[in-house]
Design a protein around this ligand. Structure first.
Ligand SMILES: [Ca+2]
Length: 191
């Protein structure tokens, strides 16, 4: 995705501030109603050098979640630090989504043993598995995150499970500077 496109996407999100519809839609609903001439902008949350999109209406399996994120020029989530993990936890707390799992791009599908982030191809360094996880309870090769009343932890799940998910974009430094300029200008103009 080009830097210009990222900036335009962000501008669209700032200007239109779309909110999620108050209904659950299926992945098939979404896919069957795609309009290639008018790809909707997503409401992004910016943090550090990443932007995130929290999909908490549409449920999808792991592969469909990958597809959705790529359709919007994004990647399915990767988590590389405790600081990032804590930010994601705080955002999910704000969203009020307690209990449902959300897909990340974490998986061991390539060789069945090594956990990687599919979005970057890199192995997991930082982890935040729940107690007893990963347990491969039901042929579980994909990683979800989940907020319970007490904990925000990772769990391996069957990749065919239906879950919400989080997409991400990683910004270059120059893009980040442009984004900060746009936000400052937007605030100065009282938008
Ligand atoms: Ca598990």
């Amino acid at each position: 995705m080009s830097c210009l496109y990222l900036v335009l996407l962000t501008l669209s999100a700032i200007i239109f501030c779309e909110t999620s519809p108050n209904r659950t839609i299926t992945f098939e609903d979404w896919f069957n109603n795609l309009n290639e001439e008018e790809i909707p902008s997503l409401q992004l949350v910016h943090h550090g050098q990443k932007s995130y999109y929290f999909e908490i209406v549409l449920k999808a399996n792991y592969y469909q979640a990958l597809q959705f994120c790529r359709y919007h020029g994004m990647q399915l989530l990767s988590i590389t630090s405790n600081e990032e993990n804590e930010f994601l936890q705080s955002e999910i707390v704000k969203s009020g989504i307690v209990d449902p799992a959300l897909w990340t791009s974490g998986t061991k599908m390539p060789d069945g043993t090594q956990w990687i982030w599919m979005s970057t191809g890199r192995p997991l360094i930082y982890t935040n598995w729940g107690i007893g996880e990963p347990n491969n309870a039901q042929n579980e090769q994909c990683i979800s995150v989940r907020l319970t009343k007490q904990f925000f932890t990772w769990n391996d799940l069957n990749c065919g499970s239906q879950s919400y998910f989080i997409c991400e974009n990683t910004w270059s430094k120059s893009c980040q500077d442009m984004l900060e300029d746009i936000k400052r200008t937007s605030i100065d103009q009282g938008d």
